[in-house]
Ligand binder design. Structure first.
Ligand SMILES: C[S@@+](CC[C@H](N)C(=O)[O-])C[C@H]1O[C@@H](n2cnc3c(N)ncnc32)[C@H](O)[C@@H]1O
Ligand SMILES: Nc1nc2[nH]cc(C(=O)O)c2c(=O)[nH]1
Ligand code: SF4
Ligand SMILES: [Mg+2]
Length: 239
């Protein structure tokens, strides 16, 4: 039976994107192949997985890592009235083999940096929702920006929007984001996604100007449904 380290398992509401507000069970895997400057999540491997048995209590059990796929599935299935199960991290596609063996009662909602197309192929038939980021950072170890983008586009093609799978894209926008870069990548993935979400970075000192966001949305709306939605879970302090 497969085992992997897990950072946390909890039940909350989706705080980002077009399904903001739906109740979800979350499993946060550890480890990431990227290192985004704005990342709000610890991607290191912890000795224990934090499990919030009763949603919203901030009371956690500590489960020794690694956890088996049956245990993780059972913990996720313990939550009531869940719309879907958020696979996040870190980068959940690094654990595609584990995800392939999960046996859960609700649809899977993948939160990914969309840079691992071969891993995506392993689980595409199991995923009902894809919240796919495009990372516009231009510092990559051993790889240039163009090949990073090519792999990103390939990953969107693998996990593209179909009648059985909803795929949308999120782009975190900072004050340093180039609007031309955004227009270029959205043009490349427009055929693969249901809509685009511009997500302003949450740290105030990194945030984009509001007029720049609204102009970018307006330019994108000429070709695709485009929403501006900030992270909402941070506003009311839930997980
Ligand atoms: C922590 S990541 C984990 C999943 C995957 N590695 C990814 O980046 O999509 C989950 C989401 O949080 C977003 N995020 C991380 N830090 C953020 C910040 N400071 N402001 C806004 N969104 C942020 C990411 O862009 C991503 O959409
Ligand atoms: N409430 C809530 N919504 C989220 N949407 C994406 C998250 C993530 O970290 O992947 C996240 C998260 O950590 N909490
Ligand atoms: S890809 Fe996701 S988890 Fe990895 S560093 Fe970037 S925001 Fe953080
Ligand atoms: Mg988060």
């Amino acid at each position: 039976m497969m085992q992997v380290p897990v950072s946390e398992i909890f039940c909350s509401v989706q705080g980002e994107g077009p399904h903001v507000g739906v109740r979800q069970a979350f499993v946060r895997f550890v480890g990431c192949n990227l290192n985004c400057s704005y990342c709000d999540t610890n991607v290191q491997k912890p000795a224990f997985c934090k499990f919030e048995e009763v949603p919203g209590t901030n009371v956690f059990q500590e489960l020794a890592n690694p956890l088996g796929v049956e245990a993780v599935s059972e913990l996720l299935n313990s939550y009531e009235n869940v719309h879907s199960i958020s696979l996040t991290g870190g980068e959940p596609l690094l654990e595609a083999d584990f995800i392939g063996e999960m046996d859960v009662l609700r649809p899977l909602y993948l939160e990914s940096n969309m840079t691992l197309p071969d891993m995506a192929k392993k689980i595409r038939g199991k995923i009902s929702y894809v919240s796919g980021d495009v990372k516009l950072i231009d510092e990559f170890e051993g790889e240039n920006f163009e090949s990073h983008l090519e792999r990103t586009f390939e990953c969107f093609r693998v996990l593209r929007n179909t009648k059985d799978r909803e795929c949308f894209s999120k782009l975190v926008i900072t004050k340093d984001t180039s609007s031309d870069d955004v227009l270029g990548v959205v043009d490349a993935i427009a055929g693969y996604v249901s809509c685009v979400v511009l997500q302003p970075v949450t740290q105030k000192h990194l945030a984009p100007e509001i007029d720049v966001m609204l102009k970018l949305q307006n330019d994108l709306l000429d070709s695709i449904d485009t929403l501006i939605i900030p992270q909402t879970h941070k506003m009311w302090g839930c997980l």
